[in-house]
Design a binder for this molecule. Sequence first.
Ligand code: TXA
Ligand code: MG
Length: 307
Amino acid sequence: MTDVEQAVAVLRAGGIVGMPTETVYGLAADAANDAAVRRVFAVKQRPADHPLIVHIAGAGVLPGWCSTVPATATRLAAAAWPGPLTLLVPRAAHVLDAVTGGRDTVGLRVPVHPLAQQLLHHFGGGLAAPSANLFGRVSPTTAQHVRGDLGLLVDVVLDGGPSPVGLESTIVDCTVDPPQILRPGAITAGEIASILDAAIDLGRGPSRAPGMLDAHYAPRCSVLLAANVADAEALAATEGAAGRQVDILHPALNLVAAAHSLYADLRSADDRGLDVLVAVLPPPGGLGDAIRDRLTKAAAGSVRPRE
Ligand code: TXA
Ligand code: MG
């Protein structure tokens, strides 16, 4: 039996599988199996009202998951799937409340990672999968991260190597007009605007995606943000003078490389026993928006060391 066949057998039996994707690793369950989906929430210690993304094999099955297919979803799916883009659409009646948190929308995504593609094609149905980390912690970008975080609570972890993108998918709400970007990712606001031939803003106002405004993606050490290297060095000097173990995270000038290694860098700050990580924010725009978003949430989620 191949690893993928074994994973499919686990999913059919109601188990959960660590699934590599191009963004981050997911914790996958049969989206049509209520008990399996509930187990994902239990393993992650995730609140039940934070819905899961359903991963599907291709854009061809999109209509089977929606009550109506928004024209914007069809266009975005044709242009960006398979890839790091999640589309919120009105859900079909069969989609489980456990998946959507009782909402009238469902998030759908077609991952491009070859192992995720193989798994979805062999399995034949949808896979509900959040990132495979404990709730509120840093998302995993390697199979080792998944095993380290969730260990024996996962039945099988497929090892697909380090996730190439390194940040979670862009989420676009196609149930509003104009569509709204709820989470920035590797498919940028500019790309979405050009696919739709419309002006698209990063989401403003109260987010319709629970879990997106809260502190999130946080390592155990404190994360402080700096606008430039000089500010970062000044902050690090102050922290160091107060006796704290501190280092500076300066995202590479190449934003693709910076995104790829961001979560491993945050995890390594903890492994190295740092008290404080000072992170230099990249400029806004393009992939910089997604990196700024995750770093800002990591800073909001970290506890300031005691004075
Ligand atoms: O790249 C990704 O999207 C990864 C990989 C595994 O595909 N998955 C991921 O899932 O990041 P998760 O559960 O960690 O983040 C999904 C976010 C959550 O904040 C959730 O609240 C939101 O998407 N979401 C999912 N379905 C939704 C819905 N129907 N309405 C509003 N927000 C939704
Ligand atoms: Mg997550």
